[in-house]
Design a protein around this ligand. Sequence first.
Ligand code: CO
Length: 446
Amino acid sequence: MAAQVPTDALKELKVNDAAKANGKGAKPAPAGDDDDHAEDSDDDAEENAAGIGADGATGAAKKKKKRKPKKKKKNPTTQTEPPSVMVSQLFPNKSYPRGEEVEYIDENRYRTTDEEKRHLDNLNTEFLSDYREAAEIHRQVRQYAQKSIKPGQTLTEIAETIENSVRSLTGHSGLTEGDAMVAGMGFPCGLSLNHCAAHYTPNAGNKMVLQQDDVMKVDFGVHVNGRIVDSAFTVAFESKYDNLLQAVKEATNAGIREAGIDARVGEIGGVIQETMESFEVEIDGTTYPVKSIRNLTGHNILPYSIHGTKAVPIVKSNDQTKMEEGDVFAIETFGSTGNGYVRDDMEVSHYAKNADVQHVDLRLSSAKTLLNVINKNFGTLPFCRRYLDRLGQDKYLLGLNSLVNSGIVEAYPPLCDKKGSYTAQFEHTILIRPTVKEVISRGDDY
Ligand SMILES: [Co+2]
């Protein structure tokens, strides 16, 4: 989930709307026919099948219904499609795979073998296994998404498949009070198309259909005990976008490479920008420079809080903020064929309770009720309108807007570059451990 450059810092940025190239626009996907895509995962009918109510059967004493010996349900050892098996069953005793572990360099090289740093690492076993579990869930769900997402699907269907898979793999449906706080979605599944870079997800009734020509950013979070893995990728079906995607993937990897203890975020931004902007992309006969979107940033992650206090810019700046031992960062970069600058656009879907707002007296009773629902089910984790719908809430918009206006809840509107442009995103979560940097969400896909 993207963080935005704070407004006063933005004033220092020069906005250059004079785009060199003027692309023919990708129209927002028109509303189209629903395509029902019934993919069932339930294969556990074996438990209740045999021998119920055979008592009253007429005649034929000979034909006694044979009671099937109750099969002991074995723990599955492989994942289903779509994913439905808890990863805690696939990896007994919390033996989750590690992320990519990268040794520190220069004056921090000693840390990998240092006795004291290794001891500190060993104090973090729960933190690490929660993080590795969340990361493994992210990988399994996104790899299924990469295989299965096709033009013609509705965005609603795509989002719900991803979100329901995440919930199944954590073993927490989030339907009972407080369950979504134990483990589940770390933030809503963003499905932002074309010129929209971030924070779009369908609200109820949305009929948008993914098109062959679309470039879609899939950005979702998985949390286990509040340890949020934030990772994103971009889907496109046409090869004309390859260079755009390549630029952003390499820029994100450059940012990950530069990250480490004592690394200054402004310098990391410079390396990201240099990598990103060494690319151009030809789309339908027009060549565009790939620009870093300068008012979007990576960010640190705190327990139950997706945006901490540190930002990781994706353009060069003199921000001297340092990464420190124990930090968790989402390194995400966005490339664009447009202005390289996003604005709020379209209907809001994403919200989160503001972590640092104290008690406010609410007059509107619907706002009070809704705040109670948010407190119990999400705390400070981001949620979207669909998550309120599935909890059985309705007619909550007035209350929700009142919470936003009183500053208790923050709205995260979709962030879009100029119409007709294309944007791409790749993102990983990294742990700045005492001994090594662990790219926790790394997979063989990206
Ligand atoms: Co993020």
